[in-house]
Write a protein of this length. Structure first.
Length: 423
């Protein structure tokens, strides 16, 4: 994470510290391991089987998982997101204090995530020693005892049940279930975690290289979910090119969200209430392609944006053409844009970070809470059921590559143009 991203994360964290919904969904927990694992072996026979799928990559600021718990009454499917939390001392006890949101999800959503080859699975058995005190048996690992309560008196009482039998390992990252899942799976990172400033500068260089080889308009599509850093990356690219070549060359930035058909049209076409807010049919991408084609011909663009309060598109000012256009959004890689798009890139941000940022941001951008998802739990459930599957299921364009002969020519032309502009 770069300094810019850290500063944004810190600002978001500070602005949400007194948010009632976040405060209400904090958990206080301890992680314990047995001195003698045999002391807890009797709980194994009556334990409940659990399968967990980790959607984060170890080291992210948020942990995201889906889970199937095979209860006597049938399988129960849930999704949960947690932040890293902070280690605190409460009445002589070391505890982990962190945000946790958990929501039920459908069987189909769970099946989708469990079928994805790049998300590691973890199977475990869980037994309850007492309310708020459980023991987990995870593969070949030693049993883990989890103690969860915000009540200091209850915590002391639960600790007395295992006194002399456990070692306190609260805060030990090697006992984290997501860490264990990734350790056993030994997967390569799907999202490289490249800093956004590096990603933005590299993509800007590719846009410039395309332009100096003779293209009149270079359009780059930046695909990513809400919270992936699309706005940050787009602004960085726009500022970089604008500073190098002047305002005349500053890229136009538009979002696929701007081309939302709006609630009135969608409910007329598909019935009310309309809830597939992140389905491809929700956005008029064909109209966006037509606008980009007109821009290439020198016709100004009438910008628009989606108003979360009214859930309708709003038209804004007229924007003159620019040699560079950045299209960002969930569907920036849409086949409907193939004829007008020059480059396509996917933001290097995984689903866990995207979801975590999106949910935190709801308390900062109040208009989001006025839309169809007034609470974070409702928004979280929607992201898990609709948005992430829509993002992961897309077939993205192949990454374009310059040939061995064209790239040096483009880079040399870029250098000559830069030198000329500095004279």
């Amino acid at each position: 994470m770069t300094l810019v991203e850290k500063e944004l994360a810190k600002k978001n964290f500070e602005q949400t510290q007194d948010d009632p919904e976040l405060v209400e969904n904090h958990e206080i927990e301890k992680t314990l391991v047995p001195i003698n694992p045999a002391d807890f072996e009797a709980y194994r026979s009556g334990a409940t089987p659990i399968e967990q799928v980790s959607l984060d990559e170890y080291g992210e600021d948020f942990q995201l998982r889906v889970r199937c718990e095979y209860t006597p009454d049938g399988p129960v499917y849930t999704a949960a997101i947690k932040d890293k939390g902070v280690i605190r001392e409460i009445e002589g006890q070391t505890v982990l204090d962190r945000l946790e949101l958990e929501v039920p999800i459908s069987e189909s959503a769970y099946t989708f995530y469990s079928s994805q080859p790049h998300f590691p699975k973890l199977r475990q058995l869980r037994a309850q020693i007492a309310p708020g005190l459980t023991v987990d048996f995870v593969g070949g690992e030693d049993p883990q005892i989890e103690l969860e309560t915000s009540n200091n008196i209850e915590r002391a009482a639960l600790m007395s049940l295992v006194e002399g039998k456990v070692i306190d390992r609260t805060g030990d990252h090697t006992l984290n279930k997501n860490y264990i899942a990734h350790k056993h799976a030994n997967f390569e990172r799907r999202y490289n975690g490249e800093p956004l400033e590096v990603f933005a500068k590299k993509t800007a260089h590719e846009m410039i290289a395309q332009y100096v080889t003779g293209k009149n308009q270079v359009v780059v599509g930046l695909s990513g979910m809400s919270g992936s850093g699309k706005t940050t990356a787009s602004q960085a690219m726009s500022d970089y090119i604008g500073k190098l070549f002047g305002e005349k060359f500053r890229p136009i930035v538009i979002s696929t969200d701007d081309y939302h058909f709006g609630k009135t049209y969608l409910e007329k076409e598909y019935g009310a209430p309309y809830s597939d807010w992140d389905h491809h049919r929700t956005y008029n991408i064909a109209e966006m392609a037509a606008d980009l084609a007109r821009l290439a011909e020198g016709i100004p663009l009438i910008k628009r944006h989606f108003d979360f309060s009214s859930q309708e598109p709003v038209f804004d000012e007229e924007v003159p053409p620019s040699p560079f256009v950045i299209v960002e959004g969930l569907f920036a890689g849409s086949p409907d844009l193939a004829d007008v798009r020059t480059l396509h890139r996917i933001l290097p941000t995984g689903p866990a970070t995207c979801v975590g940022r999106d949910l935190v941001r709801m308390g900062i951008e109040k208009s989001r809470a006025e839309g169809p998802f007034p609470t974070r739990k409702k928004r979280f459930a929607y992201l898990m059921e609709q948005v992430i599957p829509a993002f992961l299921s897309q077939e993205y364009p192949e990454k374009e590559r310059f040939s061995e002969s064209i790239r040096p020519m483009a880079e040399r032309a870029f250098m000559l143009e830069l030198l000329r502009s500095q004279q």
